[in-house]
Design a binder for this molecule. Structure first.
Ligand code: ZN
Length: 433
């Protein structure tokens, strides 16, 4: 088995997506043990260090013993707006809440997930202000800062027998392990005990306090908003989560070395969007806007490989986001869709005739020629031929294509669309090396 197929297989075995009405839950499970770490990110929509870390955890980690559950974008609508909370602070809604509150359903779902019997420990990811220090060293480094801390509500759970109930000693252990791996000395981690029950009324309304009062060990991880890059924030979040997995004896592998540079590359790889199952687009290096995209008038289905992907419809456009990053605007052209299309098409690539699955890419050095197929009309977007309605049977080179119509910023990828009568069937893309 080569490396790639091993990876695909693991994803199929261990990644299950549970879409509740409001909350996305990704489960990576093994059958050897019920011990489960639940990682929750994005409760505050303007703290991307947490939710990009959770997304990488979902896509780039394999869990080889015990279980990891991930909620990568709890407050998804606020993430899109890069707002702490478009309906107020979601992390102050866990004690009591009016039924009419716009977050009520989300809160109900996440509470049920936290209380699931199998969940052994809960992490709530944040990016906090400054760098926490026990003494005051100015605006950024002081006791009121939250950044670079592992936050606990109290030293121990009430039930002494609860596994991982010794919150303070676990937090101290995580802090010590992390401080051996810092990128810069002043990034040092600390434990912050809010002594919620006695000292902190606001925190009594929080997710972690809800968890600990229900006998679930819970911690908040705060990277610092004052770190110099998103990848640094994600680095510390992943480092903290890995140390929790080590303490819980959850084994994992990842396909990259944990460095700031590698994390930066992974974040910039936005993955794919598949649309209605009849075409897909690679969102990395894609143009900001694409026109005349064949969509249905209603009920289009958008599927992202990135858990932070979502589509917002606005003024007749479809806008694709990954987290808080606006990636692509699609200007639609509405079509009826052919119900049953051919599953393959034939094409001559650089002189060799091959058969391809209908939505796979045509990778070309020099030229390609879609072989004529009965009933199908081919439209190569960016190729203008006054004499042809159907652009199959023509040898086409990169220089024949108008860059204005390329899909990617490097002007090397173009759309090849198949129609039957006037209905849309599927889209391949030609990719010049
Ligand atoms: Zn926060």
């Amino acid at each position: 088995m080569n490396f790639f197929s091993a990876k695909v297989l693991l994803l199929i075995l261990f990644s299950y997506n549970y879409a509740f009405a409001n909350v996305q839950l990704i489960k990576k499970e093994n059958s050897d043990d019920n011990t489960t770490l639940l990682v929750i990110a994005g409760i505050h929509g303007d703290e991307p260090g947490g939710y990009f870390a959770a997304s990488i955890l979902a896509t780039h980690y394999n869990i080889t013993s015990k279980n990891l559950w991930i909620v990568p974008n709890l407050n998804q609508k606020s993430i899109l707006k890069n707002s702490r909370g478009i309906h107020g602070d979601m992390n102050r809604k866990f004690a009591t809440l009016k039924k009419s509150d716009k977050d009520a359903e989300t809160i109900k779902e996440i509470k049920n997930i936290i209380l699931t019997k199998k969940v052994s420990l809960v992490l709530n990811l944040h990016d906090g202000h400054g760098f926490y220090r026990k003494e005051n060293h100015g605006k950024i480094f002081n006791p009121n800062a939250w950044g670079q801390t592992c936050v606990i509500d109290q030293c121990n759970l009430l039930n002494q027998d609860q596994p991982f109930g010794n919150l303070n000693s676990i937090a101290l252990d995580v802090k010590e392990r992390m401080n051996k791996k810092l990128l810069k000395k002043h990034h040092s981690f600390n434990v912050k005990n809010t002594k919620t029950k006695f000292d902190d009324e606001a925190m009594q309304l929080s997710l972690t306090y809800f968890a600990v009062t229900n006998n679930k060990p819970a911690f908040a991880i705060e990277s610092s908003k004052n770190l110099s890059s998103l990848s640094q924030k994600v680095f510390y979040q992943l480092l903290a989560i890995e140390e929790f997995m080590n303490i819980m004896d959850i084994s994992f592998t990842r396909e990259f070395k944990l460095t700031e540079k590698n994390i930066d590359n992974i974040i910039k790889n936005y993955g794919n969007i598949s649309i209605n199952g009849n075409f897909s687009l690679n969102l990395t290096n894609i143009k900001k806007s694409l026109s005349f995209i064949p969509l249905r008038l209603k009920s289009n289905v958008f599927e992202f490989s990135n858990p932070l992907g979502s589509v917002v419809q606005k003024r007749g456009m479809f806008i694709a986001y990954v987290g808080n990053k606006k990636i692509l605007t699609l200007k639609p052209q509405y079509f009826e869709m052919v119900e049953k299309c051919a599953e393959e098409f034939e094409v001559i690539i650089d002189g060799n005739k091959v058969s391809l699955n209908n939505t796979s890419d045509i990778i070309v050095n020099d030229d390609f020629n879609i072989i004529k197929k009965n009933d199908y009309r081919v439209n190569v977007i960016g190729y203008s031929s006054r004499n042809h309605q159907n652009e199959s049977g023509l040898s086409i080179k990169l220089k024949d294509l108008n860059k204005r119509f390329s899909v990617d910023k490097s002007n090397r990828v173009y759309r090849v669309e198949f129609y039957k009568n006037n209905e849309f069937c599927f889209m391949s893309k030609v990719h010049f090396k």
